[in-house]
Design a protein around this ligand. Structure first.
Ligand code: URA
Length: 258
C-alpha cells in the first residue's frame, strides 16, 4: 500500500473509532463505489409479491422542509426537537450528539459560532474545546459569561452537527440549517448578535471576509450584529487578539449605551 493510501485509510479508521465503532461486522468489504448497473435488481416475481415496481419517492426540497419545521416551532425546546427530528441533513448520521445551545436563553447577547468540533460533539454543548475555553476567557474579560454570575450570553452554531473530520460546512448544509438558525435567533430574542468567523458571516450575512467585516456593526435578522474573529483563529494567530479586544470593548459599550 502506498504511503498516501495508508494515511487516508488510517484517518478513516480513526474517524470511525472516534464515532464509537469498536469492531468490524462483516468479513467481506462492502464496495460503496459499485456502479448501479452491477447491483442485482429484484426479480419480476419479487416485485409482484411486493405490489409492483417500487413507487419513486417524491423529491423533497430540504430547505423548504427546514423552513416548515423551523417555522412550526413556537419555543426553543420545540425548535430543538424539530432539529432532532430533521432527517434531511446527512451530518447528523456521523455525529454523536445534536449540539443545540449553551448559556442563558433570553440573554442580551447571542453568539453564533460555526459548527461543533470533537469535544462539542461528545459533550452535546457548543464551544467546550480549546476555542471555547478561549471564548470563555474573552467574555470574562468584559464581565460576560454563560451563567447568571455575569452579563449572560447565549451560544449556538450555524450547524448543530459536527462535520466529518471538522471539514468546512458545505453551502447546501448551511442553506439547510439557515431557517433553523433564523428561527433560533427569533425565539431567543437577544438584543445583539455576535457573528463569529467566516462560516457564520457566510450563513447570516451572505458574505465572507471576516478580516474586513470584523469590528463593524451591521444589521442581521433585524438586530445589531458584530462580526468578530473566531476564537479558533485567535489560537492560531494570537496577534489578532488585539483586534478581538477592540471588538469585545465595542460589544460591551453597545450593551451599556444601548
Ligand atoms: N467552533 C465553533 O464554531 N463552535 C463550536 O461549538 C466549537 C468550535
Amino acid at each position: 500500500m502506498e504511503s498516501t493510501q495508508f494515511h487516508t485509510a488510517l484517518a478513516l479508521l480513526e474517524w470511525q473509532a472516534e464515532l464509537g465503532a469498536t469492531e468490524a461486522i462483516g468479513d467481506a468489504p462492502v464496495n460503496c463505489y459499485e456502479l448501479p448497473g452491477t447491483i442485482a435488481k429484484p426479480k419480476a416475481a419479487d416485485q409482484k409479491i411486493a405490489g409492483g415496481p417500487a413507487a419513486v419517492a417524491p423529491a423533497v426540497d430540504p430547505v423548504a422542509a427546514a423552513q416548515q419545521a423551523a417555522g412550526a416551532a413556537q419555543d426553543l425546546p420545540a425548535l430543538r426537537a424539530a432539529l432532532d427530528g430533521f432527517e434531511h441533513c446527512d451530518l447528523r448520521r456521523g455525529a454523536r450528539n445534536l449540539v443545540f445551545s449553551d448559556g442563558i436563553a433570553g440573554a442580551p447577547v447571542m453568539i453564533v459560532g460555526e459548527a461543533p468540533g470533537r469535544e462539542e460533539d461528545r459533550a452535546g454543548r457548543p464551544f467546550v474545546g480549546a476555542a471555547g475555553q478561549l471564548l470563555d476567557r474573552m467574555l470574562a474579560a468584559i464581565d460576560m459569561g454563560r451563567t447568571d454570575d455575569a452579563t449572560p450570553v447565549y451560544i449556538t452554531n450555524v450547524l448543530p452537527w459536527r462535520p466529518p473530520q471538522n471539514r468546512d460546512p458545505r453551502p447546501e448544509e448551511i442553506a439547510m440549517m439557515r431557517p433553523f438558525l433564523e428561527r433560533h435567533i427569533a425565539l431567543a430574542q437577544p438584543k445583539a448578535l455576535v457573528i463569529m468567523g467566516n462560516i457564520s458571516a457566510q450563513a447570516l450575512l451572505g458574505k465572507r471576509g471576516i478580516t474586513r467585516l470584523r469590528g463593524t456593526w451591521t444589521d442581521c435578522c433585524g438586530l445589531p450584529a458584530l462580526p468578530m474573529f473566531h476564537p479558533a483563529y485567535l489560537l492560531r494567530q494570537p496577534a489578532a487578539k488585539r483586534e478581538a479586544w477592540a471588538d469585545l470593548l465595542s460589544l460591551k459599550a453597545h450593551l451599556t449605551d444601548g
